[in-house]
Every structure is written in C-alpha cells, then in structure tokens.
Design a protein around this ligand. Structure first.
Ligand SMILES: C[S@@+](CC[C@H](N)C(=O)[O-])C[C@H]1O[C@@H](n2cnc3c(N)ncnc32)[C@H](O)[C@@H]1O
Length: 285
C-alpha cells in the first residue's frame, strides 16, 4: 500500500482487524477508517483504542458517504479483503459453512431482512437456475434448481443440512464438498448482494483516491477477480472501455501488477484459506 505515516487510509473489510492493526502500526499523525457490515466486527473494533482509528459499521458500497460523514474527501490508500472472515465461516450459527449444520442464514449484516432460507423458499425455479449458474458456476444449475423447488413443496428449507440432503443426489461423487461450496457461495453472494456492492465500491474508490494512492484488493473467486481486473484495466467493471474526445481511454487506475499475486506453496501449507486468494494492486493516475 506504500503507506505514508500521516496519510489517510481505508480498510474496507475490517473482519477480525488483522489488516487494520498492521496499517495502524505504520501511522503517525495519519488516519485509518475501517468498514465492516458485521456486528461481530464492530465489537472487535471497539477493542482498538487508537485516536487514528475510526470504525464504520456499514457496507463498503457507501464508502463516499461515510468518508464525508467523517470529514474526509480524499484518501491515500484503500484495502479490501473480500468475502467472509474466518470468524464468520467458523461460526455454525451463521450458516456460511458446509462443514456444520446451522440455520440457512448467510447474512453478513444481520439487520437486513433476507436470509439464504428465504431465497431457497421463495425464488422461482428460473431465478434459482440463474443464481446457481452465475454465482456458483454449477454445471447442473438447472437440475439443482428443480430439486430445490421440488423439495420445498413438502418442507421449507431451514438448515444447511436440509440443503445438502436435497442436493446430495446430484453432487458429483467424490467431489461433494466442492459442489456444496459452490452452492453455498452462490447463495451467499445473492444474500449479501456482493457483486452490486463491489461494483459500487470500486467506482467510488476512483473518486476518493488521491493521485498516486494505491488500491489493494484480495478476492477469492473468479467473479470478484474479473470485476476488479476489469475495473483496474478498463475503468469499468464489465470491461467496456470509455474514451475521451481524443480517443484516450478513461480509467482512474493503472495496474501495478499485471498478473494477480497468489500465495506460494509454503503460505498455502500454513494457511489453507489463502489458496484461492488473488491480490491486485493499482495506482491512481
Ligand atoms: C475476509 S474478511 C476480512 C478479514 C480481515 N482482513 C482481517 O484481517 O481480519 C472480510 C470481511 O469483510 C466484510 N465484508 C464483506 N463484504 C462487505 C461489504 N460489502 N461491506 C462491508 N463489509 C463487508 C465481512 O463481513 C468480513 O468481516
């Protein structure tokens, strides 16, 4: 992030605060504004007693609004470590994990109304098909959607085990865990409107970043990484290019690394969750 001690930085995904604490160590006279929409993160953030630190319990898609509320117009760096935290995935009652039985919840912000169970019990077969195909990249998305609709006629979905049982017959043999992980990913993205949040966030990053400031994003699946890559390289998340009167591409950032940085074997051995991480860095033009 090329942190300068008196700069203003954003950690868009506070989680358990690991990255925020590292940034705070580098600051002297600067500020760190951290975001997380999860109430458990707020509790964690309350432990940090630093005058340089401000926590916003909010979706990062309201980046500009919360910076303004805190008297900040421009920042010198923004970090986002997307997806869910270890704390969230390891808590059975949050419903994110395929490993434990828990309620089909999956909300990062538990003040929002719609859970994963609501989606499974109310979406049309067609919408479930799209969801599983687009966000879960399931090869048999249509079949999975049909099974969900057939299952809920008798008993509405409530627990993660209900979903696994309903889809067990169509999960590829020997690859059940990967299949369920894709199904859960699809639901999680929908429950939390993750793609919309990321799109809005990225565009605002361009608006609030100081010239030379760095955007550092870690993503964990190809849909997110594609959006980040398109935004950095083309200035637009779907990859369409906008040009000015002279035919120059309009884009706020220049990539620092052309290929995403990935964890090496040693890091993956020490931290299995790093295996799908892709890190992209860009500098404001
Ligand atoms: C991978 S974790 C971050 C872990 C963190 N870097 C650390 O050091 O502990 C992602 C966090 O981002 C939060 N999050 C994800 N999407 C968000 C969004 N749109 N707005 C606010 N917080 C979000 C999640 O609630 C979760 O706590």
């Amino acid at each position: 992030m090329k942190i300068v001690p008196n700069g203003i930085y954003v950690d868009a995904t506070f989680g358990g605060g690991g990255h925020s604490l590292k940034i705070l160590e580098e600051l002297k006279g600067g500020r760190l504004i951290a975001f997380d929409q999860d109430d458990d993160s707020r509790k964690q953030a309350e432990q940090i007693q630093s005058r340089s630190f401000t926590f916003c319990q909010a979706n990062f898609m309201y980046l500009k609004k919360y910076l303004k509320l805190n008297g900040v117009k421009k920042v010198h760096g923004i970090l986002a470590d997307l997806g869910i935290s270890s704390h969230q995935i390891d808590s059975a009652e949050r419903g994110f994990s395929t490993r434990f039985d828990g309620p089909l919840d999956m909300r990062m912000d538990r003040s929002t109304p719609e859970t994963a169970a609501d989606i499974l019990n109310s979406y049309s077969e067609e919408d479930l098909h799209k969801l599983f195909g687009m966000y879960g990249e399931l090869k048999n998305a249509r079949t999975a959607a049909r099974l969900v609709v057939q299952h809920r006629v008798n008993v509405p979905f409530a627990r993660t085990e209900d979903l696994k049982k309903a889809l067990n017959a169509v999960a590829p043999k020997g690859k059940e865990n990967k299949y369920f992980a894709q199904v859960f990913q699809a639901l999680r993205i929908e429950v939390n409107h993750e793609m919309r949040a990321l799109e809005n966030f990225l565009h605002q990053c361009g608006e609030v970043m100081e010239h030379g400031g760095r955007l550092v994003i870690m993503s964990y699946h190809s849909l997110e990484d594609r959006m980040v890559k398109n935004y950095i390289n083309k200035g637009k998340v779907y990859g369409e290019v906008e040009k000015d009167f002279y035919g120059n591409e309009i884009k706020p950032f220049e990539a620092v690394n052309r290929k995403p940085i990935e964890a090496n074997e040693e890091e993956v051995t020490n931290n299995k969750r790093a295996r799908s991480a892709k890190l992209r860095i860009a500098e404001k033009l």
